[in-house]
Each structure stands twice: as structure tokens, then as C-alpha cells.
Design a protein around this ligand. Structure first.
Ligand code: SAM
Ligand code: ZN
Length: 280
């Protein structure tokens, strides 16, 4: 549902606040943005650097996540001690009633799991992929889905988010900093060096840069301070069909020849680094 997120949303043209009128969001200057019948709002103002994950990639991602192979990532996110910053004065979680922004939300699965663990929070998933947003808009009753390019100014008010989730998706350090509350936390998940290593060596999957963690820190600039980092691994026993689905949801989908794919079960390592950042 978009309604819970509307107070945090801003007009992408003039930065005024938005109200809902039927199936459109409008600002006081009468800029108007349609909501798709699938429930997501288009706040891109027509400015997109690209169209994001294809319908097939998103379908593969939904299947693979639905089978539970990456549940350990959702668990790591929801159980992260920094995920619910405690407001000592108020004696409660600072996340209560706050906004959880998922930047590059895909199917919205991680946002949904995070909201399940945060009963009073409101969710907002941003993505450029329409097939992704169609799913993200239905992912959770407290989650809104918005079409917006992470490389452009976000259609979100300053100091809005208690938590920003960023899982295998682009990072915009200046915008993350602008929209994150001063007491908020940014949780970034990136592939570790041995993520899907059996597929990289066996089937030519695109190799993850081992220096990726350093580049993440660089991309966030000096606006954020890393406060905790942990690596999470899980051995996945996958059928041949699941391996194909997994490859399909990665950027390698178009590069791995079908006849090179495995024909029997395979054990594949999933390994990710989860880093929590506080704004400076
Ligand atoms: C690898 S997927 C990860 C999706 C989700 N976080 C997950 O882990 O299941 C990357 C996502 O980022 C989105 N994306 C890529 N570039 C983007 C951009 N410039 N702005 C918004 N979303 C973008 C893609 O459409 C895709 O849904
Ligand atoms: Zn406006």
C-alpha cells in the first residue's frame, strides 16, 4: 500500500509534498504522477538511466528467493543489532513507526521480511524495473513501491528513513545520507569473494570483484562510518533447474551458454558481507 509512505514522498519536479487523488499522486503545484494498476507509483518524472532487471530476471529471482535459498540473508538483516536502533530516552526502538527504505528492492522480499520483524514500521521499495515493482507493490501490506532511479535525486524527504536496506543493488552515497535520519542505519549486503564460486569456476559466471567491499566504502564516501561487518555463508544444494534459475537472475544470464549448464545436482556456496553504516 502506497498510503503509509506518502508523508515521506516528495514531488520529483518541485520537491513539494504529495497527496493522493484517486490513482494519482499530486503536489500543491499540480504536478501529477500516475499509479500503475499494479499499485506502484511512478515518481521517475520520466528520467531513467536504464530499465533495470527484465521480467525474466525478476521471475527467476522470485522463484529462487521463494525456494528459501537466500533466507539466511533475510535472517542476517532482520536480526542485525543495528537494525532497530534503540532510543534510550524514549525506552523503545527508534524504528517504531519509522520508514524502512529498500534501495533497489527487486521483488521486495527482503523488505517484506524486515517489515515482518518490525511490526510498526512502514516500508518503501525503490527500483527502476517495472516487473520488479509489480511484485514489490504486493510484497507486504505495509510496503509501498515506487519507480525511481537510484542515480537521480530520490523522491523522498530529508531525514526520512530509520533504516535503509541495500541488497545487491546500486548505492548513491549522497542521497542515502540525505534521506537517512541522523539516528538511522544503512545495511548493505554485497557478495563476498567466494559467492557462487562453484558457478564462477565451473560455468563462467561473471566473477565478483574481491575488492568489492572496499569499493562499497568508497562509493559511500566519507558521509558514512562502518560500525559492524559480518560475512554469512550458506551451502546450497541445488537441482540443475535451480542452478539455471540462479544464473538467470544474475548479470551472467545472457553470457552463460545453455549447453554449458549442469545437468545434475550441485552444491553451491552463497556468501555475502553485511555491513552496517551510521551517517556522520
Ligand atoms: C541484483 S537485483 C537485487 C534486488 C533485491 N535487492 C534482491 O536482492 O533480491 C538489483 C536490483 O536493482 C535494480 N536497479 C538497478 N539499477 C537501478 C537504478 N539505477 N535505480 C533503481 N534500481 C535499480 C534492478 O532493477 C534490480 O531489481
Ligand atoms: Zn511538484
Amino acid at each position: 500500500m502506497i498510503d503509509g509512505a506518502i508523508p515521506y514522498l516528495r514531488c520529483p519536479v518541485c520537491r513539494e509534498s504529495l497527496t493522493r487523488e484517486g490513482r494519482a499522486l499530486r503536489c500543491a503545484r499540480r504536478h501529477s504522477f500516475d499509479m500503475a494498476k499494479q499499485g506502484y507509483a511512478d515518481l521517475s518524472a520520466g528520467r531513467l538511466s536504464h530499465t533495470g532487471d527484465s521480467a525474466q530476471m525478476i521471475a527467476d529471482r522470485a522463484d529462487f528467493l521463494g525456494a528459501g535459498h537466500y533466507d539466511f540473508i533475510a535472517t542476517a538483516l532482520t536480526k542485525h543489532p543495528a537494525g532497530s536502533p534503540v532510543d534510550a530516552d524514549a525506552g523503545r526502538s527508534a524504528l517504531d513507526g519509522g520508514l524502512v527504505l529498500d534501495a533497489g528492492t527487486g521483488t521486495g522480499d527482503y523488505l517484506s521480511r524486515f517489515l515482518d520483524a518490525s511490526p510498526d514500521a512502514t516500508g518503501l521499495g525503490l527500483d527502476v524495473s517495472k516487473p520488479a515493482l509489480r511484485r514489490a507493490a504486493r510484497a507486504h501490506p505495509r510496503a509501498a513501491a515506487v519507480l525511481a532511479d537510484l542515480w537521480r535525486p530520490f523522491p523522498i524527504a530529508d531525514d526520512s528513513a530509520a533504516v535503509i536496506l541495500n541488497v545487491f543493488a546500486p548505492r548513491n552515497g549522497p542521497e542515502f545520507h540525505r534521506v537517512l535520519r541522523p539516528d538511522g542505519v544503512l545495511l548493505v549486503v554485497t557478495p563476498a569473494a567466494d559467492h557462487l564460486t562453484e558457478l564462477v569456476t565451473g560455468f563462467g559466471l561473471i566473477h565478483v570483484d574481491p575488492a568489492k567491499a572496499d569499493r562499497v566504502a568508497d562509493s559511500l564516501g566519507d558521509r558514512f562510518q562502518s560500525v559492524a561487518s559480518s560475512t554469512h555463508r550458506h551451502e546450497m544444494r541445488l537441482t540443475a533447474a535451480e542452478v539455471r534459475t540462479l544464473i538467470g537472475m544474475t548479470p551472467s544470464a545472457r553470457h552463460v551458454p545453455v549447453d554449458a549448464l549442469p545437468t545434475s545436482e550441485l552444491t553451491v556456496t552463497a556468501a555475502v558481507t553485511l555491513t552496517a553504516y551510521r551517517p556522520r
